[in-house]
Design a protein around this ligand. Sequence first.
Ligand code: F6P
Length: 323
Amino acid sequence: MSKIKTIGVVTSGGDAPGMNAAVRAVVRAGIHYGFSILGVRKGYEGLLRGDIVEMSLRSVGDIIHRGGTSLQTARSAEFATAEGVKKAISIAKVFGMDALIVIGGDGSFRGLLDLSKYGLATMGIPGTIDNDIACTEYTIGFDTALNTVQDAIDKIRDTAYSHDRCSVLEVMGRKAGYIALNVGISGGAEAVILPEKEFDIDKDIIKPIMEGRNRGKKHYLVVIAEGVGGAGEVAQYIEEKTDIKSRATILGHIQRGGSPTVYDRVMASRMGAYAVKLLHEGVTNRIIALQKGALVNFDVQEALAMKKTIDKDMIELSKILAM
Ligand code: F6P
């Protein structure tokens, strides 16, 4: 059983829809198990400044449906240094924090590992729209982001149809193409360009568009992951090569906002409560993950060493269905 009495919770890195649901679950499950819960505001930056508040059952009321993170977040340069980590440990001690639950991505988990080396008990919950954390099949925010992009694609298709145009859409994902691949399939794109796979603009974009035109298609969608980028140049190239009027849209931060989907709320609630349950059982320094539908946990170092690969069958499917 655990010696931990007080748990801190922080959201770190890029915000993701569902982070609020995860914080709510940590606070309410934590209080259920008898822990005191501290909310660290503005990511690791807030930890360094002692921007820490006592959380109660009511302080997480009315947030489950909200996008963003009510604790706010930041990317901290100071925390990335050895001095920053030591300072964070000393501030945690000042507030009597025995453990810290971090909701964020890989970068945030590296910070977690540093903190655990100084004896702070830690727990990581995967929260990023990119779904790019290797140890887990799912990260909080991914489903909401996919639905936001899909909504944009449906709107873009209306105007592409009306003008017989080609739309080139650039979506987020940092160095990963999970958002692009999924919306490429759900949005019926003629081509999906991913950072995980080398591409040839003539073979992978121009050819399927021209073949589609020969079969009677009049409007087209190309999805490009931000890890590849260059939507504007691609649209220009398509227009020059095919005479099809083309427009580029870079969706940007709209993909990070919005009310979380049911899936994200439930997943965040499950992951948040599971992280607290593990601490209650005396298990520390783990990253929560979803594997084959079940929640599991990995040692932080082990989790960070894992490599994520993109599903080749999904890439193949996106091509077959683009006909
Ligand atoms: O990790 C989430 C994400 O939205 C990425 O898809 C994107 O590359 C990055 O964050 C953008 O970061 P920022 O909001 O700091 O510009």
